[in-house]
Every structure is written in C-alpha cells, then in structure tokens.
Design a binder for this molecule. Structure first.
Ligand code: ARG
Length: 463
C-alpha cells in the first residue's frame, strides 16, 4: 500500500512518487491521527447512507461498516501502523480498510472527497471539545461558588488601579469570575449552535451527481442540518476560529484570575494560601512556596491567542474553495484545546484547595481609607451636602488622618467637625468595613445579601 512509485489513492496520473521533502511537508498524519474516531464515524454514516440510497449494495455497506470498526479497534489498541506516505488519517484508514475487506473498500469514497471529509471530521472533533470546555468551565464555576458561599461576608479590599478603593466581600470577588466564566459558557454554546451543520456530501467543492441523502448523514452524526452551500462547506473554518476565539477569551479570564492569585499569595499580601498540591518549592530558597500553577495558567493565553491569530492568518486571503493551507488548522486547535482543558482543570483544583486568610483580608480592607466614600455618602444623606462638596470635606479628613498616621475612624468628633460642622457621632457607624459592605445592597452590589442572592441564582442555573 505504501508503494513509493506512485500513490495508491491517486497514483493513476502519477509516474513517480513524491520527493522525501514533499512527503514531509505534505503529510498531516503525525497529528491528524487524533481525528481517527471522527473519521471512522463519518465514514460509517456515509456508507450506510450510500446503501440506503441504492448507490452501493447493502452487503458492501455492511462489509465496509464492520471493517471500519476493525480499523478503529486497531487504532485504539495501538496496533495500527500509520504511514506517512499515506499522508493523512483519511487515506490511512481507507487503505487499511482495503487490506482488511478488499474490493468493497474502494466504494466508500463514492460521492465524497477528502475536502468534505476533513471538514466533517474536524467539526465533529471541535464540537466535542466545545462540550468538554463547557463541562470544564462549569466545574470551575462550581468551585468558585463554593468559595463564594463560604465567604459571602468576609471583607476584603476592592481595588481600582490596584489601589485600595472600597471594601468588598470575598464572595463578591469570587462571583465576579463566575459571571465572566458564565459568559464563556454561553459563548461556547452559541458557537456550537452555529457550527452544527454537516459538510459531508459537499464532495470536493460542487456537490455530487449521486442521489445522496445529506439529511440522513446529518442525523446520524448529530448535526442539525446539512450545510447549504458546498463551496462554503469545504472552505469554511469559522467553527475552528470561533472555538479559538472563545478559548482565547476564557484563557484571558483565567490569566487575570491567576495574576490575582499570584499577588494574593505573596508574603506582602497574604490574602490566600494555595495548597501544597498546587504549589512548588525552590531548589535554593527553602522558605519559598511558588504559585507555579497560577503562573502557568496566566501564560497559557499566549499560546491560545497565538493559535487564534495563526489560524486567522492562514485563512485570510484564501480563495474558494479548499486549499492545502487549511491543513494547518488542526495543530493550532489541538494545542489550544489541550492547554485550555489543562488550565481549567488546574484552576479548578487550585480554587477548590485554596484558603482565604480572613484576618489579613479584613485588615487590608480597613487600611487605605477604604471607607472614605461611605463618609462622603453619609454627608450627602445626613447633612444634605451636594456630593461634590461631601467629596471635598472627606478629602480634607483623609488628609488629616494621613498626616496623623491614623485611619478615618480614629479621628475624634472634634476633628471631624473641624472639616464640617454638620458631622455628628452617627458618622462612625458608616466607617466600619462591615457596615460599608452591608450597605451596598443595590442589585449586583457587594452586600452579603446581594452576593447570596447571586449564588442562589447560579446554583439554580447549574442545576
Ligand atoms: N489532510 C488534508 C487536510 O487536513 C485533507 C484534505 C486534503 N484534500 C485535498 N484535496 N488534498 O486538509
């Protein structure tokens, strides 16, 4: 089958076999062997349809379908010998089928081409990955909900510009990531709906004159319908680009969270302790416990976004319909999918295992004049000041506290009154971090009551 003189699959026109370098640049079997299951599933559906339409006999279809299962079991058990001379998974499978069942194997490729075949296989593979990413995201969301539930009322500093801004709750911060990852889930789900059309039967580019039933193969392969334009169907890799776009956004979210975990686990912050299971030591500094998993997840967005840019660049400018450039699609998607799944699993483990240091969080929340906005709001509410004036008065009190090296609640009532005569004893109640977060009950705000409502909503969504 691996006759060097001319290729067994298209040797009719060729007198000589390819140069070794040609074979090396042309072959995709080294990586597209990952499509074996999808290739065989697609071929089995195709053979059944050809028989149902009277294009091949039932006996041939049965022989082909059973032979394909034998090929699959050889691949799964590792006894299959992949051949570079046979270029790709499609020709490797068909060639082995011929060795096993003989002449009927040659009838399998009726009314199709490798162009619709590869589009179908790759779509089936990518669709499974979308489902796997959705599952991985939901597992991480559940881990975050666990953290949020435990710490719905733990107070920590909220930051803007990485400067202390206002106190927030740990639960609120965790739920911010739940929202981001929830959008990621819905993005993968949207993309899955859009991509779920069957290219098989588009043949090389123009469709076929054989009386095929594309609805039958669509149903057998779990597609919602056949694609409506054969040129588009074999030239389209939008589904792969959408997968990579969704994956890039998710990876970017994971990267942001990783960055926070790296900062939070430092000796300077001590907001969280990562478990030993997701940390590493240093070979030279015995005291070190490094957040390597978080750092690696932070980095994954580089290769995942890189894969997206690479495939966009491959696809831009390609004339219709299929061009061999498109063979460069698979490694990008494989690598991005593998790494995103790994990152999701590592993040889920890290989040489930990590311990929030509630005392450090609270102490940090109370420093940096984090309740200054509460003071300004109090002046608006209780003393009737316009917000801009209240902002000014509060600024003066912050400056006073800073010059004295104390926090806002440590200022005496006389000192408070020096900034504005309308200030009374009542102001002190709004200066504690607990009261600050409890007061922020606007929908989606950081108050524990709001956070608990959002946790309940998400639990219902996830079922
Ligand atoms: N290995 C090829 C790919 O991945 C399969 C399609 C080849 N089609 C062709 N006309 N040469 O794109």
């Amino acid at each position: 089958m691996t006759d060097k003189k001319s290729n067994a699959m298209w040797g009719g026109r060729f007198a000589a076999g390819p140069d070794a370098i040609m074979e090396a640049i042309n072959a995709s079997i080294g990586y597209d062997k990952r499509l074996a299951f999808q290739d065989i599933t697609g071929s089995r559906a195709h053979a059944a349809m050809l028989a149902a339409q009277g294009i091949i006999t039932d006996t041939d279809a049965k022989t082909i379908r059973e032979g394909l299962l034998t090929v699959l079991s050889e691949i799964e058990s590792g006894t299959f010998e992949f051949s570079t001379a046979l270029e790709d998974i499609h020709m490797n499978v068909e060639s082995r089928l011929k060795e096993i069942v003989g002449e009927p194997a040659g009838r399998l490729h009726t009314a199709r081409s490798r162009n619709d075949q590869v589009a179908t296989d790759f779509k089936l593979w990518t669709r499974d990955q979308m489902d796997a990413c959705i599952d991985g995201l939901e597992a991480l969301i559940k881990a975050l909900l666990g953290q949020a539930e435990a710490g719905a009322d733990w107070v920590m500093p909220g930051f803007t510009h990485l400067q202390t801004a206002q106190p927030v709750t740990w639960g609120h911060h965790m739920m911010a990531y739940v929202e981001m990852l929830g959008r990621d889930v819905s993005r993968f789900k949207d993309a899955r709906v859009r991509m779920n059309e069957n290219p098989l039967g588009s043949a090389a580019l123009a469709g076929t004159g054989f009386p095929i039933d594309r609805h039958m193969t669509s149903e057998a392969l779990g597609f919602d319908r056949p694609t409506a334009n054969s040129l588009d169907a074999v030239a389209d890799r939008d589904f792969a680009l959408e997968f990579l776009s969704c994956a890039s956004i998710t990876a970017m979210h994971l990267s942001r969270f990783s960055e926070e975990l790296v900062i939070w686990s430092s000796a300077q912050f001590r907001f969280v302790t990562l478990s030993d299971r997701f940390s590493t030591g240093s070979s030279i500094m015995p005291q070190k416990k490094n957040p390597d998993a978080a750092e690696l997840i932070r980095a994954k967005v580089g290769r995942i976004m890189g894969a997206m840019v690479a495939l966009f660049t491959v696809m831009k400018g390609l004339p219709l319909a299929y061009s061999k450039d498109m063979q460069e699609d698979k490694e990008q998607v494989f690598d991005a999918a593998d790494n995103l799944m790994l990152a999701l699993a590592a993040m889920t483990g890290m989040v489930s295992d990590m311990t929030a240091n509630v005392d450090s969080l609270r102490a940090a929340a109370a420093s940096g004049f984090s309740t200054a906005t509460d003071l300004a709001d109090w002046l608006v509410r209780e003393a009737g000041l316009p917000f801009r004036d209240a902002h000014h008065v509060t600024g003066a009190l912050v400056a006073l506290a800073e010059s004295k090296g104390c926090d806002l609640p440590d200022l005496s009532l006389d000192e408070m009154k020096s900034a504005h005569a309308a200030i009374t004893e009542g102001v002190y109640t709004v200066l504690t971090v607990e009261n600050s977060v409890a007061s922020r009950t606007s929908y989606g705000g950081t108050a524990p009551s709001q956070v608990r409502a959002q946790i309940a909503r998400w639990k219902e969504v996830l079922g």
